[in-house]
Design a binder for this molecule. Structure first.
Ligand SMILES: Cc1ncc(COP(=O)(O)O)c(C=O)c1O
Length: 435
């Protein structure tokens, strides 16, 4: 297995983001730490503005064609393709882990919420108010995960920006895992805090950084990492934080609904639910099959976010249809907790069968299973061959991967039948690049 633990910029204190670098895993760089080759591939060469931004005669956007050419040469150009309402493809690309996005209770609740409350929230909840639906969703999410309180946002991305920025700021320190999701990285960039990027899943590195800092600190980590599907060592991270009086912020996007008792999430499984020094974020768009995000934590933290989080204050509240659908999905999960275990079992099955067939497959701690490809071009061609055979798989390439290695990303769904799992494995193995 390739090295996942190498940080992008381990131990580098970051105070100014690297201008124009937009790759998910290009956390930042400083004048003291010139970009590495990996930085350049994942970030500036592919996505950003070359230093001579204004070239006479090319117009203000002339440089985009140069960037496009770089992407094409590197096999990293992305394209949108149409999606049909009733696709015959077997979907292993989305994040609908529990198969709830088309569950009749969920779609009906979304439609009814839209009819009752309107198509949109019409403004920031601080301006237009909180509906009973939003309040109910927040109370049930908090109760389910064992948190004291909850606040929902228009997306998980917005929830992460809110939590990271409102719980840090100038004079404080953010300690961020090198494989964190882009939304946590962007929160760090916006925070005005000092940021230390530490090697992946390394509580000792976290401890070392905290030991050298005097002042408020927040350690930020995904619970399940979105590319390889491995879990963060939450109990050991929490212990490191407690040793130095730091807060812990866990993004449970890929844990909620899948890990813990009946899908109560990774912090719950780690015994951290309701802890006064732990804040959790999650998305409503994966296991809960809807759309939106949530911050879960102590009531004082949630009250602070209402007053300080810009993505709450200046963003239109979560759409009623999404709130209604997420609430219905949560109720299905509470009624049928076995959905969580079934999804994990499917993930283990994929891993076992693909590894046995000789593919370089990550061991899943939740529902994400990653299969490595020799190159970005191979990954794209492999995904296209799967598609031709009726299978939709994710294709992750730089800059969306922490180590520059392209892969197919499969999401195990609890509603897949044994025959569907078998067909998926057969297609992936048969269409694999031969090298
Ligand atoms: C780990 C992680 N955090 C946050 C998000 C953002 O959530 P949303 O899609 O609801 O904005 C994602 C989505 O892909 C994710 O994988």
């Amino acid at each position: 297995m390739a090295d996942r633990t190498r940080p992008v910029a381990a131990g580098v204190c970051i105070t100014t983001p690297c201008a124009g670098v937009t790759g998910q895993y290009v956390a930042a760089c400083t004048p003291r730490a010139p970009p590495t080759a990996a930085h350049r591939l994942r970030g500036s060469a592919v996505n950003s503005t070359p230093p001579a931004a204004r070239r006479p005669g090319t117009g203000p956007f002339g440089r985009l064609a140069e960037q496009d050419a770089v992407r094409r040469r590197a096999g990293l150009r992305r394209e949108l393709r149409p999606r049909e309402a009733d696709s015959a493809l077997l979907d292993l690309a989305g994040n609908d882990y529990l198969g709830l996005t088309r569950h009749p209770d969920v779609t009906r609740a979304g439609a009814e919420a839209c009819l009752r409350w309107g198509a949109g929230s019409t403004g920031s909840r601080l301006v237009t108010g909180t509906t009973a639906l939003h309040a109910e969703l927040e109370a049930e999410l908090a109760d389910f995960t064992g948190a004291e309180a909850a606040l929902v946002f228009a997306s998980g991305y917005a929830a992460n920006l809110a939590a990271v920025t409102a719980l840090s700021g100038a004079g404080s320190l953010l300690v961020s895992d090198a494989a964190n999701h882009a939304s946590l990285i962007d929160g760090c960039r916006l925070s005005r805090a000092a940021v230390e990027v530490v090697p992946h899943a390394d509580p000792d590195a976290v401890r070392k950084v905290l030991a050298g800092h005097d002042g408020p600190a927040l350690v930020v980590s995904d619970s399940v990492f979105s590319v390889d599907g491995d879990a963060a060592p939450l109990p050991r991270l929490a212990a490191a934080c407690r040793e130095y009086g730091a807060g812990l912020l866990v993004d449970d996007a890929h844990g909620l609904g899948v890990l813990g008792d009946g899908g109560r999430g990774a912090p719950h499984a780690a015994g951290l639910a309701g802890a006064p020094d732990v804040v959790c974020t999650a998305t409503l768009s994966k296991s809960l099959g809807a759309q939106g995000g949530v911050v879960l934590g102590p009531a004082a933290v949630i009250e602070h976010l209402v007053n300080a989080a810009r993505t709450f204050i200046f963003d239109t509240g979560l759409a009623p249809a999404a709130a209604g659908a997420a609430l219905a999905a949560l109720r299905v999960l509470r009624r049928e907790p076995e959905r969580a275990e079934r999804a994990r079992a499917v993930a283990r099955d994929f891993h076992q069968r693909l590894s046995a067939a000789g593919l370089d497959t990550t061991r899943p701690d939740a529902c994400v299973v990653s299969v490595r490809a020799p190159s970005p071009e191979d990954a794209v061609a492999w995904a296209a061959r799967c598609r031709e055979e009726g299978l939709a798989v994710g294709c992750f390439r730089p800059p969306s991967v922490p180590d520059g290695v392209s892969r197919l990303r499969l999401t195990a769904r609890g509603d897949l039948t044994a025959a569907e799992v078998g067909r998926a494995v057969e297609v992936i193995v048969r269409t694999a690049p031969r090298r």
